[in-house]
Design a protein around this ligand. Structure first.
Ligand code: FES
Length: 208
């Protein structure tokens, strides 16, 4: 999904960007982190296995990447990738944790996450359809594609269908305007689509 879709009260302290995560909002974040650990551990069953093969801590994969990169601030994107691979999205707590570990202002981490459409701020469905709404794609009916998918799947852009099958997201220019309107469905590029063709692709994906 587009990072544009993620916001909320809990992010306010990050958006304000004052000080480090240790100075602002940490109490609540730490509490949620503990809850996230408990929730993920419960999901992992008796073995305590977690998404991405992690164990014990939901942040173990992130910690491994941090260690490998020697906690270099330049490794921020790599660490964010590792976090998203583990959780499927980047929660407020995860961003705050990474900011703390890399000693970066939370606002910096949030700014990077929201700049790249690759990063998700909300949990995603089984399938993800990212529709470019940059100028070139917009003039080639990307808006009609969004409307058609919203109507047919009964979900708003930025959200996931009730059955968790499909997330529809609007993203900024994907950098290949010659392919407009361009859509990325489950990581695969679909160029010069129509509302009808994209609806067909999405139906095929969710019915698999
Ligand atoms: S506007 Fe869609 S790829 Fe550039």
């Amino acid at each position: 999904m587009s990072a544009e879709n993620g916001s909320g009260k809990g992010l306010e302290y990050i958006k304000q960007g004052v000080g480090s995560a240790d100075e602002k909002g940490t109490g609540a974040a730490m509490k949620r982190e503990a809850e996230e650990r408990a929730r993920l551990a419960a999901r992992g069953g008796a073995k305590g296995e977690l998404p991405g093969g992690a164990a014990e801590s939901p942040y173990i994969q992130i910690d491994r990447t941090l260690k490998r990169c020697q906690y270099s601030q330049d490794a921020l994107i790599e660490v964010l990738h590792a976090a998203q691979e583990t959780f499927g999205f980047l929660s407020e707590d995860t961003m705050a944790y990474i900011a703390r570990q890399l000693k970066l202002p939370p606002s910096w981490v949030y700014g990077v996450v929201t700049f790249y459409h690759h990063f998700n701020l909300k949990p995603q469905g089984e399938h993800t359809c990212n529709i470019c709404m940059g100028t070139a794609c917009f003039v080639k009916r990307a808006g009609d594609i969004v409307e058609t998918l919203q109507r047919e799947f009964g979900v708003k852009a930025g959200e996931t269908t009730a059955d968790g099958k499909l997330s529809i997201n609007i993203v900024r220019c994907l950098g290949n305007c010659g392919l407009a309107p361009m859509i990325i469905l489950d990581g695969k590029v679909f160029a010069r689509q129509t509302p009808e063709s994209m609806l067909q692709h999405c139906r095929e994906a969710v019915e698999k």
